[in-house]
Design a protein around this ligand. Structure first.
Ligand SMILES: [Zn+2]
Length: 202
């Protein structure tokens, strides 16, 4: 699936309004083995755990960074990314904010570095981000689409649910797919639920 992101403006996740090289641009240098400055210290922490990108596909990780890049600012309608924006600007240099940013980026990177589904706390956060991005309130929500499992529409009044295929090579926000709760329930061994935690049929 793809997240509709108009234009992927050149905005850093750590800038309010100033044009800046986006975090996505940092990823190729990560692959090349260099350590970019700033909050990408999160990468160091993963590498210290012995984790490597290796041959893992990077497209979904890049999409996640593009989503962050486009939506992070203090005034963002995406609640978590509004907090990220505040922690990058008005409260940027406090120890707590630096730790928050590093932890947040580490969670994103872990979806590919570790390539296992995230824990419940992270899933809640990611699901809320995807919901906030999918439904900005001005047009048809992104989740009113066809279910990945049965290819039938997820209609008005149906609960939007996100899941990864169980054999997904990575587990990023952006490669979780919209799917009917009933389709997850009837094929539980084929899906890993991102959220919400309670679905119909459970
Ligand atoms: Zn379905």
């Amino acid at each position: 699936m793809t997240i509709s992101q108009p234009g992927l403006a050149n905005r850093s996740s750590c800038d309010n309004d100033e044009p800046h090289s986006p975090p996505a641009a940092l990823i190729p240098s990560v692959v090349a083995g260099s350590v970019p400055p700033g909050d990408i210290v999160a990468i160091d922490r993963l590498r210290q755990e012995g984790l490597r990108l290796g041959e893992k596909p990077l497209a979904s990780l890049r999409q996640d960074f593009e989503l962050l890049d486009f939506n992070t600012r203090p005034s963002s309608g995406v609640q978590v990314l509004s907090e990220y924006g505040i922690r990058c600007s008005t409260d940027a240099n406090s120890e707590a904010s630096r730790r928050w940013r590093s932890d947040f980026l580490r969670e994103i990177l872990t979806g590919t570095y570790r390539a296992t589904p995230p824990d419940t706390t992270i899933r809640r956060k990611w699901f809320q981000i995807r919901m906030d991005v999918a439904d900005p309130g001005m047009c048809r929500p992104e989740y009113r689409t066809d279910c990945t499992a049965c290819e039938q529409a997820i209609g008005e009044g149906e609960t939007p649910t996100l899941a990864w295929p169980a054999d997904s090579p990575v587990f990023q926000m952006c490669n979780a797919q919209w799917i009917h709760p009933a389709c997850i329930a009837s094929g539980a061994d084929r899906w890993v639920l991102l959220g919400p935690e309670k679905t119909e049929g459970e």
